[in-house]
Design a protein around this ligand. Structure first.
Ligand code: MSK
Length: 634
C-alpha cells in the first residue's frame, strides 16, 4: 500500500498555523490557542452536565454531599435536562436556517436575485407532497411549495412531511417509541417547556424528547434547508476545487465567506465574478478577486461553484492572520466573536449581515432577500476598496493547498453509479450497485463522518486519522461540515487518493471515478445522508439499522452536533462520538443513550458510543461494521 505521508499532513498544517501565530504574537492579537489556555482547566460540573441554572434558586451543583438541587431534582434529571436543552438549541438553529431558505424560495422570482435553478427537483418535491404541478408556472409552484414547507414549522396537527421518505420500518419505530416529529417549532418549544423548572425530571422522558427534537431537525428543518437550497441554487454535482489556506491569493482582493446560509454567499460569489467588479479591483491595484470559504458556507459554495475552501472551524482566525483578507463576510452560526477584535489588528473588514448574528467590532450590513443584490455589490465593493489598506509587511499566506472533488448529493451519487453500472431504473436512479459491492465484500461498509473541530482534540487529527484507517479497511466515507474540509485539506478528496486505500475501495473508486471520501455538503446536508441511508436500505431490502454503516463526529463541539447525533441515532445508525456530550455525570443518562441494551437502542435499534481515544473509537466502528455484515450473513 502506498504511503499516506505523501499527502499533506496535520504537522504541515500546524506549521502553517504556527507561522500565522507568529504574526499574531507580534501584534499582540488574541487567538483561540491563547484563550484555550486561559480557560483551562474547564469546570468539572459543566463538563459532567451536573450544574443546573434553569431557575434562580441556584445555581445548583451536584456533589456527593449535595445530591439534589434545591427543587429536589437529582443528578439524572439535571443531566438529562441539560442534554435536551442542548439538543433543542441545535434543532432550533438548523431549522431556523431551513426556514430562512424557505422564505427565500417564497420570494424567488423570474429575473430576481433568487431564482429556481433546479425546477425538476422542485416538481419532484411538490409531487411528493401532493401539490399539483401540471401546467403551473414554476414560480407559482415555488411559492406554493415554500408556503407548505413554512407551515411545517407551526403545524398544529400531524407529523413532519419529510418522514414519509424513511423506510416504513423506521416510521413504525418512531411511532411506537412516541418520537415521530410533529411541527418543527413545536418540538423545540416543547423541549424548552419540558426542561423548565418544575416540569420533567424523569431522564427517560427527557431523552425520548431529545430524539424527537433531533428528528424535527434532520427530518424537518435541516431537510427543508438542504432540499430548497438545491431548488434555489442547484443540486450539487461533482466538480473540482481546492482546499486549505493557500487558496487565498496574495495579489488578489481576498473575500472570505463564512457561516451557513447560501443565500448570502451565492450573491457574494455572483458579484465577485461580475466583470465590472473585477475591473474595479484591477483599478485598485489588485490582479483580480478571490473568494474562498470557511466552515459550512465553504461547503455550500464549493459544491455549487467550485469556490475553494480556505479552512474549517478552527482556521477561521487564520484567514485574517494572513494579513491578506480584505473582508470576512459572515451570516450565521460557528462564527467566532473574536473575529471582530482580531480584524482590527489588520486592515480586514469583518462584515456581519444577519440580525441573528450581531457582534461587536463588526461592520453590520443587513442582508435580506429584497436587498440581496444591492448589499452584495456593496460588500464586494467595500472589500475591493480595502485592498489598498493592506500592510504588506503583515502578509503571509502559507502555501498549502490540495485538490478536491466535491459535490456528491444523493442525486449525484446515484448518477455516478448509473454511469458505470447502467442500472438506471427510473428518474431517481438506484443505489443497488452500491449495495452489491458492499454485499460482495469489495467494500466492507460506509461511515458518515461529520462535525466540527474542537480544541479538546488536536485539530483535524481525529477526522483525518480515522478516515485513513477506515479507507485502508475498504470502508468508504461520506462526509459533511468541517469534517469534509479536514478531508479536503488532507488531500483525501482528490480521486488520486484512492491509491492509498484498501484494494476493494481502490478498485471501486477507479471504476466509478470518485474520490474515496465523498463530500455531501454542509451541516444541514446531513439530511442528505439520511436519504442516502433510507434509499440504500430500501434498495438493499433491509432495515437501516442492519446496514454496515456508522455515523461519527470525532471532534464535534456545537449544540447542532448534538441535535444531529440524536437524529442520526434515531434513524437507526450507530453513532460514534470523540467528545463527551456533557452527560457523564449521570450513569442513568449515559446508559439510556449509550447502553447496548439501553432505552435508545431498544427504541430505534441504534445507540451512541463515546470514546475520546480515537484509535479505539476507530476499532469500535470497524467492529460494528463487521458485526453488521455477520448478522446479514455477508
Ligand atoms: S460549520 S457546526 S463547526 S461542522 Fe457547519 Fe463546522 Fe460544526 Fe460549525
Amino acid at each position: 500500500m502506498e504511503n499516506w505521508d505523501n499527502l499533506i499532513t496535520v504537522e504541515q498544517m500546524e506549521e502553517a498555523t504556527n507561522s500565522l501565530l507568529e504574526t499574531a504574537a507580534k501584534l499582540n492579537a488574541d487567538t483561540w490557542q491563547q484563550r484555550v489556555k486561559n480557560q483551562t482547566p474547564h469546570c468539572k460540573f459543566g463538563e459532567e452536565g451536573t450544574c443546573c441554572r434553569i431557575c434562580t434558586m441556584g445555581p445548583c451543583r451536584i456533589t456527593p454531599k449535595a445530591p439534589r438541587g434545591i427543587c429536589g431534582c437529582d443528578v439524572h434529571g439535571i443531566v438529562a435536562r441539560n442534554y435536551l436543552r442542548f439538543t433543542a438549541g441545535g434543532a432550533a438553529t438548523h431549522s431556523d436556517h431551513g426556514r430562512s431558505i424557505c422564505h427565500t424560495l417564497y420570494n424567488a422570482k423570474e429575473g430576481g436575485s433568487y431564482q429556481v435553478k433546479d425546477p425538476e427537483k422542485l416538481k419532484r418535491i411538490a409531487k411528493e407532497w401532493g401539490i399539483e404541478t401540471e401546467g403551473k408556472d414554476i414560480y407559482d409552484l415555488a411559492h406554493e411549495t415554500a408556503e407548505v414547507a413554512l407551515m411545517e414549522y407551526g403545524k398544529p396537527f400531524g407529523f413532519s412531511r419529510w418522514t414519509a421518505r424513511a423506510p416504513q420500518h423506521t416510521q413504525d419505530l418512531w411511532n411506537k417509541a412516541g418520537i415521530m416529529p410533529r411541527g418543527i417549532d413545536r418540538e423545540v418549544s416543547q423541549s424548552l417547556h419540558m426542561t423548565h423548572m418544575g416540569c420533567s425530571s424523569l431522564p427517560e422522558a427527557l431523552v425520548q424528547q431529545s430524539l424527537r427534537a433531533g428528528l424535527c431537525d434532520g427530518w424537518g428543518g435541516s431537510m427543508c434547508g438542504t432540499e430548497f437550497s438545491d431548488v434555489l441554487f442547484g443540486t450539487p454535482k461533482p466538480l473540482d476545487t481546492e482546499a486549505n489556506i493557500g487558496v487565498m491569493e496574495k495579489d488578489n482582493v481576498n473575500i472570505v465567506v463564512h457561516g451557513h446560509d447560501p443565500s448570502l454567499s451565492e450573491m457574494i460569489v455572483f458579484y465577485a465574478n461580475d466583470p465590472e467588479m473585477i475591473a474595479y479591483a484591477k483599478e485598485q491595484g489588485a490582479k483580480g478577486i478571490t473568494i474562498s470559504g470557511v466552515c459550512c458556507t465553504a461547503n455550500e459554495v464549493a459544491m455549487r461553484h467550485g469556490i475553494p475552501m480556505a479552512g474549517n472551524f478552527l482556521q477561521q482566525e487564520n484567514v485574517v492572520l494572513t494579513g491578506a483578507c480584505e473582508a470576512i463576510v459572515v451570516d450565521v452560526q460557528c462564527i467566532f466573536p473574536a473575529l471582530g477584535p482580531l480584524s482590527k489588528c489588520f486592515h480586514t473588514k469583518f462584515i456581519t449581515t444577519s440580525p441573528i448574528a450581531r457582534m461587536p467590532d463588526a461592520e453590520y450590513i443587513e442582508f435580506s432577500d429584497e436587498t440581496a443584490a444591492e448589499k452584495a455589490k456593496k460588500i464586494v465593493k467595500l472589500a475591493i476598496e480595502n485592498f489598498k489598506n493592506r500592510k504588506p509587511e503583515l502578509v503571509n499566506i502559507p502555501q498549502l493547498k490540495t485538490k478536491a472533488r466535491v459535490g456528491y448529493s444523493v442525486e449525484a451519487i446515484k448518477k455516478e453509479l448509473d454511469g458505470v453500472c447502467n442500472s438506471h431504473v427510473d428518474d431517481f436512479g438506484t443505489l443497488k450497485p452500491l449495495a452489491d459491492v458492499v454485499k460482495s465484500g469489495v467494500l466492507r461498509g460506509a461511515v458518515a463522518m461529520v462535525g466540527c473541530n474542537n480544541p479538546k482534540v488536536r485539530p483535524d487529527t481525529a477526522h483525518i486519522g480515522l478516515m485513513k484507517k477506515l479507507l485502508e479497511n475498504d470502508i468508504i466515507l461520506v462526509v459533511t461540515g468541517c469534517s469534509a474540509q479536514a478531508a479536503a485539506k488532507a488531500g483525501l478528496m482528490d480521486p488520486d487518493a484512492a491509491k492509498y486505500c484498501g484494494e476493494g475501495l481502490k478498485r471501486v473508486c477507479k471504476l466509478v471515478g470518485i474520490p474515496p471520501v465523498l463530500h455531501m455538503g454542509s451541516c444541514v446536508d446531513i439530511s442528505r445522508m439520511m436519504i442516502l441511508a433510507s434509499d440504500l436500505a430500501k434498495d438493499w431490502g433491509c432495515n437501516i439499522s442492519e446496514l454496515p454503516l456508522c455515523g461519527c463526529a470525532p471532534e464535534w463541539m456545537s449544540e447542532k452536533a448534538v441535535s444531529i447525533g440524536n437524529y442520526v441515532v434515531a434513524t437507526g445508525i450507530q453513532t460514534f462520538l470523540g467528545v463527551d456530550p456533557y452527560t457523564k455525570g449521570s450513569d442513568v443518562v449515559t446508559n439510556l443513550l449509550q447502553g447496548e441494551n439501553g432505552m435508545v437502542q431498544n427504541m430505534v435499534e441504534a445507540h451512541f458510543t463515546v470514546d475520546t481515544n480515537i484509535d479505539s473509537l476507530c476499532d469500535k466502528m470497524i467492529n460494528c461494521i463487521e458485526d453488521k455484515r455477520k448478522a446479514l450473513g455477508i
